[in-house]
Ligand binder design. Structure first.
Ligand SMILES: [Fe+2]
Ligand SMILES: [Fe+2]
Length: 186
């Protein structure tokens, strides 16, 4: 069964809004630390688990399917797409190392809290830059390409649903879900 690229793009944009909400939470935790408070490390860990198990393994590979179609279309539509793969890989590596650092910090090993929090802010900026490029440039070009001719792709193993914002959320994210219920929606 194939899926229309326009519906995939709509989901990718929704993912970005959801990821942006999570990055807002990370930033609000940093403001708390700046004001002398303690960050909610378990919440930060949940967010990094989501980023590494949904964003890096479902969201970005789905985008790669869209970008592969854009590359095949060629011309202006394909400009700069050779850099996306690298961006996705760097974000995944960064996310994985942050997740490991948070685990190490919670286990009481030598990773310092300030080092992890500093890296988290870099991660937030890195991911926001990447999403802005996609929203303001790549997705717009994908829209233009699809206006000329609709396309669809096989999602295969990327059919998976969102464990936090999807219709059936995973119990492992209860802590994050409660926090999201209390946090203002954008
Ligand atoms: Fe991406
Ligand atoms: Fe994205």
């Amino acid at each position: 069964m194939t899926t229309d690229l326009r519906s995939i793009l709509a989901e990718l944009r929704l993912d970005h809004r959801n990821m942006s909400r999570l990055l807002d939470i990370v930033e609000s935790q940093m403001l708390k630390v700046d004001a002398g408070g303690e960050p909610d490390i378990e919440l930060l860990r949940d967010i990094m688990i989501y980023m590494t198990t949904y964003s890096d393994t479902i969201h970005h590979p789905r985008e790669d399917l869209v970008y592969a179609e854009m590359k095949a279309a060629g011309g202006n539509v394909a400009d700069g797409l050779e850099h996306v793969q690298e961006d996705h890989e760097e974000i995944a590596t960064f996310g994985e190392s942050l997740r490991n650092d948070i685990d190490a910090m919670m286990a009481g090993t030598a990773v310092t809290r300030d080092h992890v929090l500093h890296d988290m802010i870099d991660y937030v900026h890195r991911l926001r830059r990447h999403m802005a490029w996609e929203e303001e440039d790549l997705f717009m070009r994908a829209d233009a390409m699809l206006e000329e001719a609709p396309r669809s792709v096989e999602l295969g193993s990327l059919e998976g649903s969102d464990p936090v914002f999807g219709a059936t959320s995973a119990g492992a994210f209860d802590n994050l879900l409660h926090h999201l219920q209390d946090a203002p929606s954008p």
